[in-house]
Write a protein that binds this ligand. Structure first.
Ligand SMILES: Nc1ncnc2c1ncn2[C@@H]1O[C@H](COP(=O)(O)OP(=O)(O)OP(=O)(O)O)[C@@H](O)[C@H]1O
Ligand SMILES: [Mg+2]
Length: 424
């Protein structure tokens, strides 16, 4: 899918602005502070119903004004789709094809985007919250009901924590809250376990592609240049990291014919092993394929049991010490836990692999390529990883912000659609 037009009114530093995008690569240029990230923020808001930069979306209203409007015209599956978000003070309203929908979550599975900012390169290095956030944001777009569960779960934990601090302890009410937490928490854990298992399959192959693409190649090798840098008419030679239908090893695991055994890249030294690391012990191996609705009641029981056995500890801590709000994603390569011991390069490669896997999983689930929003991320990657990132998504709309494109990239992007962030 792709965005054709974005119209902004009183959004951040834009009083009135309309931008047309190309279905391929779009480069948003402009000096620092000119509004490049603001524009990506607007596109992402149409996809998620909220900002990726702030908890308080009213901050995005142009200084001195009382409202903003963002409207996007997309093409999805050959049909037009319009999505609109309006904010009037702190109240927001949402429209799909001109029809008002009750809440931001109703936008979630319409305009599909994957955003990649320098911050995301720290997914592996930073604390578990970053990785939970990663799992959650992917799942929000794929499963809007999951979003509602996460919101509900956060409220339950907040209230349970208040109860844990109250003296005398209201044990019967805590039992009730344990039940609520287990019911919602079990659904969240089952979804995360399923997602992590898919991520494991997809990202292991991608990690290998990135590693392979790091092999030095001569500059005149046409495969080294991204598609848009090739003279028109020249046959496309895929970059080393690009998905290739002919090369089964390069294709994501799920794309291989069923009868052909998938090479277990996760087990190789360079491969990335991704697994769900829940803070509550799961009744079954968390990354087995046996999740799904049937697993939920068993997980629910496990949560209740473990909350009960840890209640004294929770009371001491004055907070809920276990549960999906403490989950993590484990990332191992060559037997090394990359979160703690990975080199900076390994951590970045794994972060890139996770992001690329996110795109593949959305494509697999929805049949649509999401729009890739790259905020200043290219300058943070070395050339082979840049090539890999861009080369992987030749069939994907890409919007890249770049204050200052390095010369080699400027040449590579010579044919791309360039948009100046501020036209005034
Ligand atoms: N609510 C608002 N009203 C008006 N201007 C705003 C508002 N919020 C942010 N801005 C302005 O938007 C600008 C920042 O825009 P943005 O982050 O998109 O810049 P950028 O082009 O991405 O810059 P960089 O290259 O440094 O990343 C700042 O000048 C800031 O003052
Ligand atoms: Mg920026």
């Amino acid at each position: 899918m792709f965005i054709k037009t974005l119209a902004l009114q009183n959004f951040r530093n834009y009083e009135e602005r309309s931008v047309d995008f190309d279905a391929g690569v779009n480069i948003l240029t402009g000096n620092n502070g000119e509004g490049k990230t603001n524009m990506l923020e607007a596109v992402r808001m149409l996809s998620m119903g909220r900002s990726f930069r702030t908890q308080n979306d009213a901050e995005a209203i142009l200084f001195g004004k009382s409202f903003f409007r963002i409207k996007g015209l997309f093409e999805r599956g050959g049909d037009d789709l319009t999505v609109e978000v309006r904010a009037q003070g702190s109240a927001k309203s949402y429209f799909i094809d001109g029809i008002k929908v009750p809440k931001g979550a109703d936008l979630l599975d319409h305009a599909l985007t994957v955003i990649f900012s320098p911050d995301d390169l720290r997914i592996v290095k930073d604390g578990p919250e970053k990785r939970r956030h990663f799992m959650d944001h992917e799942l929000f777009q794929l499963k809007p009901l999951y979003y509602l569960d996460v919101i509900k779960y956060r409220r339950i934990v907040k209230n349970r924590n208040l109860l844990l601090k109250e003296m005398p302890l209201n044990e019967p009410l805590l039992d009730v809250y344990d039940g609520y937490l287990a019911e919602t928490g079990a659904r969240i854990m089952a979804e995360r376990a399923g997602f992590a298992a898919r991520l494991a399959k997809v990202s292991a192959g991608i990690q290998d592609r990135i590693t392979a693409s790091s092999d030095p190649r001569p500059a005149e090798d046409p495969a080294a240049a991204p598609a848009y840098a090739r003279p028109a008419g020249e046959p496309a030679a895929a970059p080393a990291c690009a998905r290739s239908a002919e090369d089964p090893a390069a294709a994501p695991a799920y794309a291989r014919p069923a009868e052909e055994p998938a090479e277990d890249t996760a087990a190789t030294a360079a491969g990335l092993e991704v697994s769900y690391e829940p803070s509550i012990e799961m009744p079954e191996p968390p990354d087995s394929d046996a999740q799904g609705a049937g697993a939920v009641p068993r997980i629910q029981e496990a949560i209740v049991e473990q909350l009960r056995s840890r209640r004294a500890k929770d009371v001491d801590a004055g907070s809920t010490t276990r549960g999906p709000h403490k989950d993590d994603l484990k990332l191992v390569s060559g037997g090394v836990d990359l979160r703690k011991y990975g080199s900076q390069g390994q951590q970045r490669t794994a972060a890139l692999a996770l992001k690329l896997a996110e795109v593949d999983i959305i494509k697999e689930e929805t049949g649509e390529m999401p729009i890739l929003l790259l905020d200043d991320v290219l300058s943070e990657l070395d050339e082979s990883r840049q090539r890999c990132l861009i080369g992987s998504f030749e069939d994907c709309q890409i919007i890249i912000t770049a204050a200052d494109l390095p010369t080699d990239l400027r040449q590579a992007f010579a044919g791309a659609h360039t948009i100046r962030a501020h036209d005034g």
